[in-house]
Design a protein around this ligand. Sequence first.
Ligand code: HEC
Ligand code: HEC
Length: 379
Amino acid sequence: MFKSYHKLLVATTLFAMFGTSVACAADKTVSRTYANGKKVIDGGMTYPIHNGKTASYYVNEKAHGGVVKFGRKPTLDEIKAWDIDVMPDGTGLPEGEGSVEEGDEIYEAKCASCHFDFGSGGSGYPALQQGNAYEGQKTLTNQRINPDDDGPLRNFGSYWPRASTLWWYIQTGMPHPAPMSLSDDETYALVAYTLSINEIQIDGEELDDEYVLNKEKFLKIVMPNKDGFEPKIDGPHGLENTRKYYDNPKNFGGNKERCMKNCFDGDPLVARIQGVGISEFSPPISIKREKPMPKEGSKAEHPGEKAYTASCAVCHTTDAMGAPAVGDKQAWEAVLKKGLDKVKHNAIYGINGMPPKGGTTLSDDKVSEIVDYMIEASK
Ligand code: HEC
Ligand code: HEC
């Protein structure tokens, strides 16, 4: 078992190093072919599953005779019904059009009750704009490199890197009580209105009331925070971008070098969760955990307990050594079928793996007392 596991690891490592298929011919049960052409990223594992596909967890094909016996393949129509988002490249975006003015009217009727006039937000509903989206932008990168600066404004205009999200968010999620109720044209109009209140331009043009948005113009939108998210994980260079980004500690944690030891003069500052004091818990939170005090007359104060802990617990805490474990009711019921005298006799004179008096020089009476405790603690 251990051996096969080791071989599997070797195969994975080789694969990670050379990106080629590796099969362990020596041991049939672990020969795995990583033939999907995908690279393993930083220790990630890919396991083959049925039909040459791979998964990030191991599927025991033998357990199901090679067939997973639940679910069924979704039909193309079912997939189509779920596949309703709009991608940045325009995939999923329907033809249609709507003007800022039309959007304003729909907004008044269906959105303003929650998002307020001009998308200003309020009563806990998100603001759809907080002024001109181009001015004073603080991207996430800014926030990391200059942590003293204010963070980015997190609204559509200033924060979202793609407008495509707005289109399908509005059509599939809004108005909140009636999702999927807006037509394509209504959605274009509401998107046009949302862009205009953020003062976002398309192709250098401001969106006044008469502006009519359609698919072609929509695909020209460049969001102010398009490159605000770091590292850039999209696209063919995603992996290199990510590595490069994290290789430079200046990209996070301020302008300091990364520090692994002796990082502080004096004690480090420890930030505590605000608002809840340690004493507000019952029992209070502390690193030191005391054993609860036994109630008067309870079995925890048994006179045999201390000696048990000192001399017998090493074998009797679990049944790993073949000893009846203290606390295991069934095991002790079985032992006691011999009768208490016999059991105490065995404890004193030994039986099989049980050495006489557990290998101690305790008196017969003391051993007897410990046995009473062990029985008491196993009821
Ligand atoms: C009944 C209240 C309500 C109405 C009416 C409503 N919304 Fe919303 N809207 C919300 C809530 C709540 C959220 C936040 C949802 C969440 O974060 O899960 C939200 C989020 C949004 C967002 C995302 C904001 C962000 O920055 O995350 C947009 C865009 C939006 N709504 C547009 C609209 C439009 C357009 C309409 C009218 C067609 C509308 N909403 C009507 C309650 C409402
Ligand atoms: C080195 C390990 C070890 C230590 C130390 C040890 N025991 Fe045991 N004990 C065993 C094992 C193993 C058995 C099971 C023996 C069997 O029935 O095969 C056992 C069984 C027992 C039994 C049940 C006897 C029966 O008749 O089935 C009692 C009672 C007992 N031990 C008491 C004690 C007491 C009291 C101490 C401490 C003074 C102690 N043991 C210390 C290993 C140990």
